[in-house]
Design a protein around this ligand. Structure first.
Ligand SMILES: Cc1cc2nc3c(=O)[nH]c(=O)nc-3n(C[C@H](O)[C@H](O)[C@H](O)COP(=O)(O)OP(=O)(O)OC[C@H]3O[C@@H](n4cnc5c(N)ncnc54)[C@H](O)[C@@H]3O)c2cc1C
Length: 383
């Protein structure tokens, strides 16, 4: 059910203020300490940001996709680490339960994911299975009413704080592809689950990733999402289809912010006796960025509406993720160029955003994987 127009407007006004008064001024603290300050985390919870995509009956805001992307575009204007802390609960850490969980699984976990009391992480990638996720090796061997999980998951966002892992593991030992995979709900603290040391990353400091290792970890069969064995890869792909729209909106928000900062800088900075914004070669870069941001926003809103109408948006989600994530990379690159030397120096802030933006072309499916999905679908649909 959609929110009342006025309620969404009020939420967006509040978030806009929060982004500009609280998040953007604290970006440096987050990148320097690699942590989101606890007072900001508390405010994020109070604003209901953990709850965006969780149905109202489970304590969430139950936003439609069209509403969620508007919120994601706003939040996207702040350094992406702020979104990442609640992003897994809104996306990959909760949606497997929302989309395919049993009523009991929903009641048990969704209210705590919506409040932010519980952080959810999504464990698909492995050291030997990245883009080819269907070849994953983490095994889940049946043992009576339980499964015994063994394997390593790699680059798992929010793993160091997570209370709940959605783990894709191979239940059909005879299979080597996506068909023999099930999705398990595994609570942190279950014997046999270990989280590795957070990785040092190029950007997005404050949004930790780590290995999650399973060593003879005993999980009850009731923890398979939807109690449906060997359906876990399908669930994971459904989760990513939705997540790609959300990530695209974050890219568009970040690109808007970068362009705004850049134009302000260009109007201020003077060379040859004039503001550099008056130079047509600078204007061309501004115009290219504005055009591409607008195109991404149109794509994202169109795809979100189609999803809310119940259409299959797999192709549109991939087109949108491909375009928006590549677009924010180009916008950030032009921004560094327009800032000149200052674009390369940490104090001016733009180099951090340039590094932060780089991740979007890689996770939730690389650009090449989006190209493959799009091309396969177009070819199959063409007579
Ligand atoms: C900061 C961060 C956070 C992450 N968070 C999570 C998370 O929470 N949960 C999770 O499960 N995973 C997560 N990931 C993992 C991420 O989804 C993978 O890194 C990504 O899917 C790519 O896999 P890979 O790194 O193994 O690269 P590879 O699959 O080894 O790809 C390497 C290169 O080869 C290209 N390539 C691969 N196959 C093809 C092909 N068939 N045709 C053309 N080119 C191809 C790729 O596009 C890429 O350019 C995260 C990664 C990072 C860096």
């Amino acid at each position: 059910m959609a929110l009342e127009k006025d309620t969404l407007k009020q939420l967006c006004t509040m978030l806009n203020r929060f982004v500009h008064e609280r998040l953007i001024p604290n970006e440096r603290v987050v990148s320097d300490t690699d942590t989101i300050p606890s007072d900001i985390l508390a405010e994020i919870k109070d604003l209901g940001l953990f709850a965006l995509s969780i149905p109202e009956e489970y304590g969430g805001l139950g936003l439609t996709m069209e509403e969620e992307i508007e919120v994601a575009m706003l939040i996207g204007e702040a350094a992406p680490a702020f979104r990442s802390i609640f992003g897994t609960n809104v996306g990959i850490g909760s949606q497997a339960i929302v989309l395919d969980g049993t009523d009991e699984q929903k009641s048990k976990y969704l209210p705590r994911l919506a409040s932010g009391e519980l952080i959810g992480s999504f464990c698909l990638t492995e050291p030997e299975a990245g883009s080819d996720a269907g070849s994953l090796r983490t095994s889940a061997r049946r043992n009576g009413e339980h499964f015994i999980l063994n394997g390593t998951k790699r680059f798992i966002t929010n793993a160091p704080f997570a209370g709940l892992f959605t783990v894709m593991a191979r239940t059909d030992a005879g299979s080597t592809d996506a068909r023999g995979v099930s999705a398990f709900l595994v609570e942190a603290g279950t014997p046999g689950v270990r989280v590795g040391k957070p990785e040092k990353k190029m950007g997005q400091q404050g949004a930790p990733v780590a290995d999650v290792v399973f060593e003879n970890c005993r999980v009850h069969a009731e923890n398979i999402i939807g109690h449906r064995e060997n359906m876990g890869f399908k669930t994971a792909m459904k989760v990513l289809d939705k997540g790609r729209l959300h990530i695209s909106a974050v890219c568009a928000g970040l690109a808007r912010r970068i362009l705004r900062d850049t134009v302000r800088y260009a109007k201020d900075r003077r060379q040859f006796g004039e503001s550099i914004a008056s130079f047509q070669l600078i204007q061309a870069m501004i115009a290219d960025s504005e055009t591409e941001i607008y195109a991404a926003e149109c794509m994202i809103r169109d795809a979100a509406k189609a999803r809310d109408r119940g259409e299959d948006t797999k192709r549109k989600a991939s087109c949108t993720k491909l375009f928006a994530s590549e677009m924010v990379g180009r916008v950030a690159d032009r921004a560094v160029q327009i800032y000149g030397g200052a674009g390369y120096i940490a104090d001016y802030g733009i180099e951090q955003l340039y590094r932060d933006a780089r991740l979007f072309r890689i996770y939730e499916g690389t650009s090449q994987i989006q190209q493959l999905i799009i091309a396969k679908d177009v070819i199959a649909a063409t007579d």
